[in-house]
Design a protein around this ligand. Structure first.
Ligand SMILES: Nc1ncnc2c1ncn2[C@@H]1O[C@H](COP(=O)(O)OP(=O)(O)OP(=O)(O)O)[C@@H](O)[C@H]1O
Length: 290
């Protein structure tokens, strides 16, 4: 079990994380929040790259900052800005990373072969990484994070730059990896985690706004999501007054999904909330537009 207690991080006078408490168990946890919420800061502390100002992270009761090298043995980390050496092949790059992580050459060779297979990279093992697509590079990134078969896997905004098909493949991959390890995935895209994360943590401005299940988050939004059809001239006013979860141009006008405690306008009908609606309600973030 991995537990975060009283975690605070200040950059100068500016708080990036404010007294965070969280517990993670095996399976995927989705860390959702708008830009600047503190997700990457939290992940960097979990990955022992950064130190908290106050509080700490405890793995089976041990403060990971006290013996970071011990925790790193069971940790895999894919940072947001993961870069590869363009002239190396996947096998060369992974061998290099394995050496950095202290794997014995014989074990590294076996593990790299396994990972190239699992990540569907065997046929590209000898090609230079510079020619890889975003999705293939991301799979190499995951492979390096899995070299030591980690018990805790931290992936920071892993789907940035992936096309829709690659996103789906990446999600499926995480599901297969999650059976016996803690996976913490940060994103600001709800669909990245909707179908794979039984635990969802919503953050904003350094605070945890929710630590819950997708079902519970959706339930909290019931009765607050409305559908309405408006003209294009009414749209700016709607966006100013209400949170607009979605706006689609159709022949009969703009079809809006609105978030409001009460019926927002005449003719609006209540509809079932989605996780995206529930997330927007929690964070108060405005989205929409045609
Ligand atoms: N090294 C740093 N020095 C100063 N301020 C920082 C530093 N790193 C992060 N911050 C600030 O801390 C806050 C949280 O940033 P963080 O990158 O953790 O958010 P995030 O949720 O990951 O957002 P994004 O999705 O944009 O990466 C922001 O206000 C950011 O400007």
């Amino acid at each position: 079990m991995l537990a975060i207690q009283h975690l605070t991080k200040q950059f100068g006078a500016k708080p990036a994380l404010r007294n965070i408490h969280l517990t993670f168990r095996p399976g995927v946890t989705g860390l959702l929040g708008p830009n600047g919420a503190g997700k990457s800061t939290l992940m960097r502390i979990l990955a022992t790259i950064d130190q908290p100002t106050d509080g700490g992270v405890f793995y089976h009761g041990q403060n990971i900052a006290k013996k970071p090298n011990v925790f790193r043995q069971i940790l895999g980390y894919l940072p947001q800005d993961f870069g590869v050496y363009p002239n190396l092949s996947a096998t060369e790059f992974l061998s290099y990373m394995a050496a950095m992580k202290g794997l014995r050459p014989k074990d590294a060779k076996r593990r790299i072969r396994e990972l190239l297979e699992i990540l569907n990279l065997t046929h590209t093992g000898k090609k230079a990484l510079g020619g890889f697509s975003g999705g293939m590079k991301q799979r190499v990134g995951i492979a390096q994070a899995l070299l030591n078969n980690p018990k805790v896997l931290i992936v920071d905004e892993p789907t940035v730059g992936l096309d829709p098909q690659e996103r789906i493949e990446f999600r499926n991959l995480l599901v297969t990896l999650a059976s016996d390890r803690i996976i913490i995935l940060s994103t600001h895209i709800v669909s990245d985690i909707e179908s794979i994360a039984p635990q969802i943590v919503v953050m904003k401005a350094g605070h945890v706004l929710a630590d819950t299940t997708p079902e519970q988050l959706i339930q909290e939004a019931e009765g607050k999501i409305w559908q309405a059809i408006v003209s294009i001239s009414q749209l700016p006013e709607m966006q100013q007054q209400f949170l607009v979860s979605n706006a689609i141009q159709r022949a009969d006008g703009i079809h809006l999904r609105l978030i409001a405690d009460r019926k927002p306008i005449l003719g609006a009908n209540p509809i079932e909330p989605t996780l995206e609606d529930a997330y927007l309600l929690k964070t108060g973030e405005k989205r929409g537009g045609v």
